[in-house]
Design a protein around this ligand. Sequence first.
Ligand code: NAD
Length: 508
Amino acid sequence: MTTATAALPIAGRHLIAGHWHAPTGAHFESRNPARADEVVGLFPKGTATDAGQAVAAARAPYPGWRRSSRIHRAELFDNLAQVIKQETDNLARLMARECGKVITECRAEVVEGLHMVQYVFGTGRMPTGDIVASEIAEKDAFVRRKPWGVCAVITPWNFPFAVPLWMLGPSLLEGNTCVFKPSEDTPAIGQRLVELFLEAGFPSGVINLVHGDAEVGEALVHDAGVNVVLFTGSYEVGKRIREVSTQFADRIVATETGSKSAVIVCEDARLDLAVTCAVISAFKTSGQRCVSASRILVHEKLIDLFIDKFVSAAKRIRIGDPLESANFTGPVIHRDSVEKVLRYNALARQEGAEVLLDGGPLTSAEHAHGCYMSPFIYRMRHRPDARTIREEVFGPHVAVIPFRDNDEAARIYNDTPFGLSLAVITESYRTMRYFREECEFGMGYVNLPCIGAEVHLPFGGVKQSGNGHPSAAGLVETVTHKVAWTVNHGTEVKMAQGLTTTIEGGPG
Ligand code: NAD
């Protein structure tokens, strides 16, 4: 099939020590999920050798980079913001072609990445430590931050621009250097991002790029030269990275992973607001956000009315070409994803779901060449043994689950291995406060969808959703360690806790 938007495939390259490398070994294709025959680019499949060279290339400039002025480093992010602004539309189009998100979402993601860059620039002149009191009047005590060294940044396909910037931004600002490995599903947008860093004037070796899949990811994680691994992706891979990293005593590992997020529609909810929030939470990005709601918990008094409106709204969602801004959502990322969602749709049936909207692959002429899927909605009572309402599906698959009272809703919300995002739809301060205190989550919203992060807030979860190192604004805690620095401005030695300083016969 030929298309008006098809362009020549991008030639993929690693960036190591400021040089673009196009190795002759194995390559992989990045394909457009909306048009099976469109190759977005051809990329080198990174090996352990490439990973080792990239880590060494990041180590070399580290001493000079960490000694450079923090404000100078921040100003490079101001340059980066200018280049991103000029490239917003091109970046959004490339992202839409490579990962199938609709163009409006892609533009919003570029803006989110830009906001992160602006935030990093802005924090450059902000205080970075503390001055604290000492027990001894003649002592000044400081808490200062130091970078760790080399950060490996390993990212997923679904936010291929913003998520890397959530990690690369604070890491580089604080004086670390980086090796970035984008998802093998979105290497083109990853490579374009690194090109923009170079255009902004970041020095050679401070940011390096390797393409590839688990093989090169594993090699990075096994490399003793990596001080920090910043990972966002599935729980299984995050767990593997944490296990491998236990062999390195002071390795810091941040893993932001999967979820089974939910919207809770309370007895006093405004119904139309609840339906809008549920549709956006469940079906934006075809349900492929880490924070996507795959469970809508609805008070039993409202559930029949809610289902009528929710199913009717879901039927009206426009699913189609990601480059067409009128579409609400595009395809899922690839065939494997289609198969996975179909397996969970079948599992829901086996587990006794009442199917309300039977989703599956879309096969009309408009959709035939892509991985398009329509929403699957089912009603089911919560059961601890039902896998379909506990496991991450990552697609347009959502359960509507009744509850009797707020205690039961909080118990149901918490009864999955995950704890990432939560939305509560209520008019009552007391009710929303109850869920805030009783539910296990990282990002909570009231009368809003459970998606929609802003970069100046920490982004992370608990349980199998995260290990306590949120991205974006929170990342500074992970990419630096604190040192205490105590200075005596007196002429005698005085110790804390009343420790005696008398030396028999005097000091000399
Ligand atoms: P994935 O785990 O398959 O891959 C993520 C990255 O890990 C890719 O770059 C991949 O090449 C790399 N990788 C795979 N195996 C590896 C290994 N053994 N060692 C090192 N690296 C390895 O995830 P995905 O399919 O790209 O993304 C979807 C997942 O990401 C979902 O589970 C979603 O919930 C999660 N996600 C979480 C957040 C969050 O902030 N919590 C944000 C976005 C996506």
